[in-house]
Design a protein around this ligand. Sequence first.
Ligand code: MD3
Ligand code: FE
Length: 216
Amino acid sequence: MNFDLFDDEASEPGLETIVDGAVVLRGFATGISGALLAAIDQVAAKSPFRHMETPGGHSMSAAMTCCGELGWVTDRRGYRYEARDPVTGQSWPRMPPLFLELASEAAAAAGFDDFVPDACLINRYRRGSKMGLHQDRDERDFSQPIVSVSLGLPMVFQFGGPRRGDRPVRVPLGHGDVVVWGGKVRRNYHGVLTLKAGDHPLTGACRYNLTFRKAG
Ligand code: MD3
Ligand code: FE
């Protein structure tokens, strides 16, 4: 029922459908991007960006931090959500109110009412960083969508199917673009191609991605 509006996408300016259940809101966050970047700096001042280790012993090429009640972590023991930052031993920084508002408004624009994320994973990509095809399946409730916000340098997003071997479609994402993923595509494979060098007026050599989740 969430997806009635996808039939009328031509009449919804700025609302692009990748596949049923995955909607791009072009430039949805551009107007508040300066405030979002300032909030990222505040989060990172408490819980710094770090390159986490995968269970297989590789270091992730995207640097990460989190805010909210829960944060996503990976180490030799596996992937999971934790209430404390393992680097600081403290709770993750609070989710800035602006983040909560943006996530809930974007979800509503895509047909998901009452989205209240309890976790925001912040990825920082520099030249050469990428994220291979994977599923997000460490959350408890797959009926809740994920909202993703791109800031800074552009990157190509890969959106696959429910099986690793399904051929992904490529979607370029730029500064201020927001994507909402829910319903039957919530567990689809996805990733991002290697970031190319660049210089963005607000983020310099970086791309940031915020993903809002209901993890607990
Ligand atoms: C589709 N991040 O942090 S965001 C991740 O650009 C992650 O940093 C990428 O994948 C990034 O886990 C992609 C878009 C995204 C996030 C979660 C999804 C797409 C998704 C979950 C299900 C389906
Ligand atoms: Fe993901």
